[in-house]
Design a protein around this ligand. Structure first.
Ligand SMILES: [Zn+2]
Ligand SMILES: [Zn+2]
Length: 373
């Protein structure tokens, strides 16, 4: 028997190669030398066998460790040799590169699971604040009650699939230079079910599922925001032939509040005051999520200045600290003043200091504050 080549050498990678490097190297060799692509080419066939054996060992962390320490001896006795050359080309790539090495069994189970569903729901800002329970009507595929999802007319039964004798898989045994290899593929006659219906159920026509609208209660916790998703486990489409149901995702959109804006857990309120309120200070009632609250703005409040009201923001969905409310002051400078108002303002300006300069400075200051906004 010929001396075996080093597995790393076979794949053309270094000993430090990552799983991805190995996958890439094997994929490249497989592309070039797979028997499906090289009929009657003995050299290619040998190369493919060699590479698939090397990949089978090195892609398994445990076997790779043994091989690294003890060489070929360690892995030869550690389980049946693997050969992929009997597997159709497409299956190899599905197995190795499709979903991280899922076997046929995992694939079949996965396809039995019902689909996930999405339900879009709009709620008000206030509902997002306090939380709410909503009833929703969800049209979805549910298990047929006439046949309990089996798809067979009651009493008619099923027969074992003659193609696979009930296993759902077609197994093939092939001899290779590394020993006998068994490969399995989904039975084409029954699609992997292992059974065939004698009489399909009259209600679901053998599908085992029916579209029904079901009313569900959805509990929305306080603090949700637009884009928040609530997963209702098992409330998606029913599985096929008794497979597990999918999930239902309720995707939320929260309507804007008339007066409060939201920023993460905080809410922002823009408070408009006139120049007298800003200059002298005032007590003003403002809206919060908890209702109207009176706050005192100090004398000399500037345009764009903000005040924080701790703990007046949105609740945290995960039960953490509540956000804050920020009151941002906008000083509204009056336009279209009457002659009397103008005279009064001039008088106010005159009282703040030296008449001719400070009078200008008062409005100058106001202008400067606005430009900061
Ligand atoms: Zn049915
Ligand atoms: Zn079958």
């Amino acid at each position: 028997m010929a001396v075996k080549r080093d597995y790393y050498e076979v794949l053309g990678v270094g000993r430090q190669a990552s799983p991805d490097d190995l996958k890439r190297a094997f994929r490249k060799i497989a592309m070039d030398s797979h028997p499906d692509r090289n009929p009657d080419n003995a050299v290619a066939a040998t190369r493919f066998k060699e590479a698939s054996e090397a990949y089978a060992v090195l892609s398994d962390p445990g076997r790779r460790r043994s091989y690294d320490m003890f060489g070929h001896v360690a892995v030869e006795s550690g389980g049946p040799a693997v050969d992929f050359s009997d597997m159709p080309f497409a299956d190899i790539f599905d197995t190795f590169f499709g979903g991280g090495g899922r076997g046929a069994g995992a694939r079949r189970q996965r396809s039995n699971r019902g689909d996930d569903l999405r339900y879009d729901m709009t709620i008000t800002f206030e509902e997002a604040f306090v939380g709410v329970e909503k009833q929703i009507d969800v049209p979805r595929l549910t298990t047929c009650e006439r046949c309990s999802g089996a798809g067979a007319e009651p009493g008619s039964g099923e027969e074992t699939c003659p193609g696979c004798r009930g296993s759902g898989q077609i197994r093939r045994t092939a001899q290779s230079i590394f020993g006998s290899v068994v490969t399995a593929a989904t039975c084409p006659t029954c699609g992997g079910a292992g059974r065939l219906l004698r009489n399909p159920c009259l209600q679901c026509r053998g599908q085992g599922r029916l579209e029904r609208t079901r009313r569900l209660a959805v509990r929305i916790p306080p603090g949700v925001d637009s884009g928040s998703q609530i997963r209702l486990s098992g409330e998606g489409e029913a599985g096929i032939r008794g497979g597990p149901s999918g999930d239902l995702y309720v995707v939320l959109r929260v309507k804007a509040h008339a007066q409060l804006a939201r920023h993460d857990h905080d809410v922002i309120y823009e408070l408009r005051v006139n120049i007298v309120q800003a200059a002298l200070g005032d007590r003003i009632e403002i809206p919060t999520l908890d209702g109207a609250v009176e706050i005192a703005i100090p004398a000399g409040t500037q345009n764009g200045q903000s005040f924080r009201m701790a703990g007046r923001g949105m609740p945290d969905v995960r039960g953490g600290r509540r956000g804050d409310q920020y009151v941002v002051v906008q000083v509204v400078v009056p336009k279209d003043l009457s002659a009397e108002q103008k005279a009064l303002l001039r008088k106010v300006g005159g009282l703040t200091g030296k008449p001719e300069k400070v009078s200008k400075g008062f409005f100058e200051k106001l202008r400067n504050a606005i430009s900061l906004d």
